[in-house]
Write a protein that binds this ligand. Structure first.
Ligand code: ATP
Ligand code: MG
Length: 372
């Protein structure tokens, strides 16, 4: 990851990991690879799950870091699904890295991640397939240069992955526009008459995401479901892994601002423990906890630590437990005010008990005054 690259707020994966992808390509010789793919399934697995040994790139040694945590076999299955003739549907709670995974897969298979449909209630066929430059259409009629390709058209014509974010937010008739395309692998452009058929090139496939909090997955037509392999991306259920994700992800964003910012691993672990317990509804001691209705996702934990560290950085102080609890409180409040008593109860039972044995948890308990 190139920390100092300030060209982007959030560089696309193919830019962020350009060196890793080049090193993997250089060391990919001899591995079986589906037609139209930039890397072999083996190298893509290494790209997403990391490798212990650094890879040679010219005279350089390049580390391949782990990017997705918590379910290696899910990643293996996702890669093979995309090598087959079915699309990949990633479903799961918000903030479980469905989008991140679809971006990583797309960057490794096709070399870019921007060929994307952002599903909303307003998404139309045109947004997915193609539309027209009406000035040219009026001037010259339905000629190729008047056509404006959509992500599906581009993916099929160039043999690239098409990403479909939040597919279940789209009206079902728009979703169903994918059925014929996915079974026949051809997109018709009736305006072009006989020549109006775009046959999908090898390398084309669809990665769709849907979060199960939104309505929709159930309403998807069974005909469309049959064209996808469904993979559920579950929340991380290990404090150790969640801590690793928070340190690495928040650390990466903070070091893009200033490489000297230290990551406080004790506070990271405290935060990961809190999120894990509130999400799972059970403490590490085994006591039952009433979970808040808001999503205590790993993504939220990453941005919460980032926010708390930024506060310390810009106000030139150490990262403060008070700030952390204020940020936890606002996160829990996102969904409903009824969750505050649950958070208070968690502090007055689980954290209170833990405070007797640890100075850090005692400070955390003291900061309960900020839950409001
Ligand atoms: N298993 C995981 N491995 C690595 N990072 C993770 C994992 N789970 C969550 N994260 C972190 O959370 C962020 C998840 O963001 P992402 O937008 O991909 O989630 P999502 O599942 O698409 O959420 P939404 O349903 O709200 O769109 C990642 O950028 C990463 O920081
Ligand atoms: Mg997403």
């Amino acid at each position: 990851m190139t920390a100092k690259d300030t060209t982007y707020i959030k560089p696309p994966m193919e830019v962020l990991y350009a060196k890793e992808l080049a090193a993997l390509a250089e060391n990919d010789k001899g591995n079986k690879k589906p037609e139209g793919w930039l890397l072999s399934p083996k190298s893509i697995k290494t790209f997403i799950l990391g490798s212990k040994a650094a890879l040679k790139l010219g005279k350089e040694k390049v580390e391949i870091e782990q990017k997705f945590y918590g379910d290696d076999s899910l990643v293996e299955r996702c890669i093979i699904t995309l090598a087959g003739n079915r699309g990949l549907m990633l479903v799961g709670e918000p903030g479980t890295a469905k989008t991140m995974l679809s971006e990583l897969l797309s960057a490794a298979i096709s070399g870019f991640t921007t060929n994307t449909v952002q599903g909303t209630a307003g998404t139309t066929d045109d947004n997915i397939k193609y539309s027209w430059n009406y000035a040219l259409l009026l001037a010259k009629g339905p000629v190729p240069e008047a056509l404006v390709p959509g992500p599906l058209y581009t993916g099929m014509a160039e043999g690239k992955i098409t990403r479909f974010e939040e597919i279940t937010r789209c009206p079902s008739e728009v979703q169903d526009a994918l059925i014929s395309v996915m079974s026949d692998k051809v997109l018709s452009v009736p305006e072009f008459g006989e020549a109006g058929f775009i046959f999908a090139k090898p390398g084309f496939n669809i990665i769709a995401t849907a979060n199960i909090r939104d309505k929709g997955v159930n309403e998807m037509s069974s005909a469309l479901k049959r064209r996808f392999n469904f993979e559920t991306v579950n929340p991380i259920n290990s404090v150790k892994l969640e801590s690793a994700i928070i340190s690495r992800q928040a650390g990466g964003m903070l070091h893009a601002i200033d490489e000297k910012i230290d990551i406080d691993e004790d506070i990271v672990e405290l935060l990961a423990t809190t999120f894990n317990e509130l999400r799972e509804g059970v403490s590490r001691e085994g006591s039952k906890i009433e979970s808040p209705s808001s999503v205590m996702s790993t993504a939220e934990a990453v941005s919460l630590y980032h926010q708390s560290a930024l506060t310390a950085y810009y106000y030139e102080a150490d990262i403060s437990i008070d700030t952390l609890v204020q940020n936890i409180s606002t996160t829990v409040l996102k969904e409903s005010k009824d969750d505050l008593p649950r958070l208070r109860n968690y502090f007055n039972t689980i954290i209170k008990a833990r405070a007797e044995a640890s100075e850090l948890w005692a400070r955390f308990y003291e900061a309960r005054k900020w839950i409001k």
